[in-house]
Every structure is written in C-alpha cells, then in structure tokens.
Design a binder for this molecule. Structure first.
Ligand SMILES: Cc1cc2nc3c(=O)[nH]c(=O)nc-3n(C[C@H](O)[C@H](O)[C@H](O)COP(=O)(O)O)c2cc1C
Length: 330
C-alpha cells in the first residue's frame, strides 16, 4: 500500500513537508499545494520556491497545477518537466468560490463537455512538447511527465460521476485521485463511498482514495471495502496525528500500531523546527505564528482536555506568548 500526503494550500508548503518528513517519515509521496498557471505564463516566485528541487531535499514531490486553459497547463507541464518532475497533477477539486467562478478547480467539473475539450487539447499539446533531456521513467509515450488528476465526483449532483468517469476513461492519465464529495460539500459530511466504488469499477486508470482517513482503522476499512486500491491519500488525518503513516506501516508489518503511536516528547522538536523553517521563508514571527495556528487548528484534536490552553494560543500575539502556550501543552 502506498500512502500519499495530500496537498493543503497554506499548510503543506516546503517548510512543512521537509520538517514533517524529517520527524515523521512514512509517506511515499507528497503533493504540492496548487501552483496557478495563467495567461502570464509565469509562476509566482513563491510557487517556484515551493517546487524547486533544492528546497525539497528527500521529499518525493508531485507538483500540482490549477488552470482551466489547456495551453497554460501544457506550458506548466513543460516548466515542471525541466525541473525534473516526471508527473504533474491537475487540480479538479478546489471548491472555493473564487476558484470555481473562474471555472478552475472543482469549477471544471461543472461543464463536462468543456472539460473533455480541455483534456483533448492537453494531450494533443503534450505530444508536441520535447521531452526534457535526461528524463528517466515516464508515463507518456513521448517522454514527457505523466498526468494525474485529483478530482471530486461532481459539482452538485452525484449523478454526474458516471459521465465524468466516461470522460476520464478517454485519456491516458497515470493516476486518478478521487475525493468522493461534490463541490458543494466542501470538506464536510460523509464521503460518498458508494459512488467512489462505482467509479473505481469503471475507471481504466489506477485510482487512489482520498477523504476522512484519520486512523489506522479508517484505512483498514477502506482497504477491506476496496481491495484493489494500491494507494490512499491522507490530509487532515496526518496533520492531526503526525505519527499516522508510521502507525499504518507498523500495522502493515503485522505489529500493533499503538507501538508506533505519537510520543508526547516528539511533538515539541517537530514544532520548534517547523517554526524555524517557516521563519526562514517568511518575514516576522507574526506571520509564522499565523501558520502555526493554522496547524494547531488540526493538532488540537490530540488535546481534547486543553480548552484553556487553546484559548491562550488563540490570544497569542508574540513568540513569547506562543512559547508559553507550548510549554504548557507539550
Ligand atoms: C486547508 C486545506 C487546503 C487544501 N488545499 C488543497 C490543494 O492545494 N490542492 C488540492 O488538491 N486539495 C487541497 N485540499 C484538499 C485536500 O488535499 C484533501 O483532498 C481534503 O482535505 C480531504 O482529505 P482528508 O480528509 O484526508 O483531509 C485542501 C484541504 C484543506 C483542508
């Protein structure tokens, strides 16, 4: 079984990925938060820093791109291929209103015929790009990176899933990651596992499940329900319990996963180094604390009894306030 760390914009940038990988290795790959390709045909400096190989050490990274325009996507694949990437992922899942109204992310699922044309143009365009010199194993016949997608099951109705499946089956994706919710469901409620199963049965491409896998038991259940799965993607579960991948590996080796559970003394060095790594990328403790607070919105589930300390975190304005909170909690 392969375990993928889900992309989470605002959280899983390279300072986070490197720190996580150092303290809690176990994910087979990480996906970058989406890079925006647009009519400027330039990525932002911050986006380029995020995928620069020298900033990604030992992390096995798959870059993700968001754009509704085929020529922009093909351009992005070329740039990323030149950086040495052998797979590029397309975002078909972001539900945010500003994204969707521009027909990007999950907005691309709203008009399946337009999506079909987008893919047709993408694969035609990819045939024309020159393979990057020195490219090794690749999924496209002509030596350019393989294309994977990360998608929802539809925009506003689960009935859309089968039509999308037919469209996906027309193209040579190397992998399809499915988060079985509709755009309108954002990230809450139960994922539609029945619809996921129907898509899995019909899709010709290897499929990865993503959504609400937070414990070893959750992963066991999905594997029992869908034994053909070779990989699952985990996001919030790994933020909440950084030892989750390690516990999954222990279970796979036939050991008690509790033996690999998070130790109390492991959290502080991880969080301290993360703070330092963010400090190098951002200017000022206030910005860094904002990042740490975002992470704590997930980590706090580890501390159900600590309402008072969490209030302290919320109020923290200086690094000293934040340190004082940390001293109390771990
Ligand atoms: C804060 C946040 C940011 C996210 N950013 C991205 C992103 O950049 N690209 C993407 O494909 N999905 C993004 N997602 C979705 C996650 O990758 C994942 O699909 C979602 O959290 C469900 O999986 P989980 O239940 O394991 O967390 C984001 C989710 C959250 C909560």
């Amino acid at each position: 079984m392969q375990y993928y760390f889900a992309p989470m914009e605002g959280i899983t940038g390279y300072p986070f990925r490197n720190t996580f990988e150092k303290y809690f290795p176990g994910a087979d790959r990480y996906y970058s938060p989406f890079l925006v390709a647009n009519q400027t045909f330039h990525f932002k400096k911050k986006e380029l820093r995020d995928v620069a190989p020298e900033n990604n050490g030992t992390v096995n990274l798959i870059p993700q791109v968001m754009t509704p325009q085929a020529d922009q996507f093909v351009w992005a694949v070329k740039v990323l291929s030149e950086l040495g990437y052998q797979e590029v992922n397309l975002n078909l899942g972001c539900p945010s209103a500003t994204v969707v109204t521009r027909h990007k992310g999950a907005g691309m699922l709203e008009d399946p015929e337009r999506l079909d044309r987008f893919f047709e143009e993408v694969f035609e365009g990819l045939e024309k790009i020159e393979p990057h010199e020195g490219a090794e194993v690749v999924s496209q016949a002509n030596g350019v990176p393989g294309i994977s997608i990360k998608t929802r099951i539809g925009f506003s109705d689960v009935k859309e899933a089968m039509h999308l499946t037919e469209i996906f089956n027309r193209y040579p994706f190397c992998e399809i990651i499915i988060h079985p919710r509709l755009r309108e469901e954002y990230y809450s409620g139960e994922p539609h596992r029945d619809v996921f199963g129907e898509m899995l049965n019909k899709l010709k491409t290897p499929v990865v499940y993503n959504g609400n896998l937070c414990t070893v038991e959750d992963v066991k259940k999905i594997r029992t329900d869908f034994p053909v799965l070779d990989a699952v993607m985990i996001g919030r579960g790994a933020l909440q319990n950084p030892a989750l991948f390690r516990m999954l590996r222990a279970a796979e080796e036939g050991n008690d996963p509790q033996g690999a559970a998070l130790q109390k003394n492991e959290l502080r060095p991880y969080l301290d180094e993360l703070f330092e790594n963010y400090s190098r990328e951002m200017s000022g403790d206030v910005q860094v604390m904002f990042k740490m607070k975002e992470l704590w919105a997930h980590l706090r589930v580890l501390f159900p009894e600590s309402g008072k300390a969490m209030k302290k975190l919320k109020k923290a304005k200086t690094r000293a306030d934040y340190e004082s909170f940390l001293n109390e909690i771990c």
